[in-house]
Design a protein around this ligand. Structure first.
Ligand code: DSN
Length: 423
């Protein structure tokens, strides 16, 4: 018989951990640029009866019986994604952004093909060719980076690298770059060298959905993304493409790189796409960008050097040498976590330190904005960060920062009405 006891009775150890995580989420200021807080509706769909169903294949072409409902769910998710992003085709089965990228590479390339992507240590992602990642091990990735002076992607350099390396695919997109990329220029270079253009929007797809970021869909052959970052949906990936590449991309997902889809997550993605189509979400996406700009400006006014001088999106990097030559990203992130401000250490371009210690911190505003924080609260948070980092050996001052954080989280907690569902 299926056990119908609530989690707290059936497994108190796991229930206790979930409760503690809920408390951690409620009592901290969250600045990890890739995190967010989903709605109750997303949470319910994610934790639903669809977790019980296998459905390898695609709607109308399944390897299992009993798929009429999950077909309808996946069709709904695909249709909503296509409408939201103006795409000809959507694949909503990728388990994550990394899986989405893998599916595109395997769908459109052969092992050993040359791909040009942004270097991990200059803002790119692991799956854009890092040597430790499958991408760098299976494909011949070549890298472009940022200009040492401006810390911006230099399209002349990208073009020269493309002419020199003749890639079959160019990957544009990033995990730690605070400026906009020129999609039309990337496409012109891709066309010049006969390459596919893949734009990895994992970080900023939510801003695109909300009209707060230039849209790559009209320019790219393929757009990949995640649904759990600024888009505020469940964990997972998304691929948008033109109709002529749809079959190759779908095959790249299943059967080449994945087995059964996570139908519960697909339902939750459908909910998130509908939520992201609303005027309230558009306002949210614009506020995310305004908050990042305000916070970066406040940090700069307080003496912090912002990589590239500012931000046009949802994140920015702080060069910690501007505060203290000896402060590593790892130590800074640990001090901030101890006062309730959660973010991550991050390499800055041309970082003299190894990645684990790094010289920067990355700050992003999607989650804090979901909690209702606006310019006054993020500016106050910027001042608290500077205070904590500058006086990290002074317990009294750190205690005062903790009190400041508590004041902000009390006014702007995650889930002010309480956590949805079973925490
Ligand atoms: N881990 C994500 C991030 O924080 O940027 C990227 O996959």
């Amino acid at each position: 018989m299926t056990d119908l006891r609530p989690l707290s009775d059936a497994d108190p150890a796991v229930a206790d951990l979930l409760g503690r995580e809920a408390e951690r989420q409620r009592s901290s200021i969250h600045l990890i640029a890739s995190e967010n807080f989903v709605s109750r509706a997303v949470m319910e769909a994610s934790g639903s009866v669809l977790t019980n169903k296998y459905s390898e294949g695609y709607p109308g072409r399944r390897y299992y019986q009993g798929c009429a409902i999950v077909d309808a769910v996946e069709d709904l998710a695909r249709d909503r994604a296509k409408a939201l992003f103006g795409a000809e085709h959507a694949n909503v089965q990728s388990h994550s952004g990394a899986q989405a990228n893998m599916a595109v590479y395997f769908g459109l390339l052969e092992p050993g093909d040359t791909v040009l992507g942004m270097a991990l240590d200059q803002g790119g992602h692991l799956t854009h060719g890092a040597g430790v990642n499958f991408s760098g091990r299976i494909f011949d990735f070549q890298a472009y980076g940022v200009d040492p002076g401006t810390e911006l992607v230099d399209m002349d350099e990208v073009r020269q690298r493309a002419l020199d390396t003749r890639p079959r695919m160019i990957v544009a997109g990033y995990s730690a770059y605070s400026r906009l990329l020129d999609w039309a220029a990337f496409r012109a270079i891709a066309d010049e060298v006969g390459a596919y253009l893949m734009v990895d929007t994992a970080h900023f797809i939510g801003l695109i959905a909300g009209g707060a970021h230039p849209d790559p869909v009209p320019h790219a052959h393929v757009v990949t993304g995640t649904t759990h970052k600024a888009l505020r949906g469940p964990r997972g990936g998304l691929i948008l493409t033109t109709a002529d590449l749809a079959a190759a991309i779908d095959k790249g997902v299943f059967p080449v790189t994945q087995g059964g889809a996570l139908n519960n997550q697909i339902a939750a993605r459908a909910v998130a796409f509908a939520e992201a189509s609303t005027p309230q979400y558009r306002e949210y996406a614009h506020q995310v960008v305004r908050n990042a700009a305000a916070m970066a400006a406040e940090m700069a006014a307080g003496g912090a050097r912002i990589v590239s001088g500012g931000t046009d999106n949802h994140l920015f990097l702080v060069d910690l040498r501007s505060l203290d030559e000896d402060l590593t990203g790892r130590d800074a992130a640990a001090v901030l976590a101890s006062v309730g401000i959660v973010l991550n250490s991050n390499p800055i371009p041309f970082d003299p330190r190894p990645p684990y210690r790094a010289t920067g911190i990355r700050i992003g505003t999607p989650a804090a904005t979901t909690c209702g924080m606006r310019e006054p609260e993020v500016e106050a948070t910027a001042r608290l960060i500077l205070e904590a980092l500058r006086h990290r050996g002074d317990d009294a001052r750190l205690e005062a920062v903790r009190a400041g954080v508590a004041e902000i989280t009390a006014a702007h907690p995650a889930y002010p009405e309480g956590f949805p569902g079973h925490v």
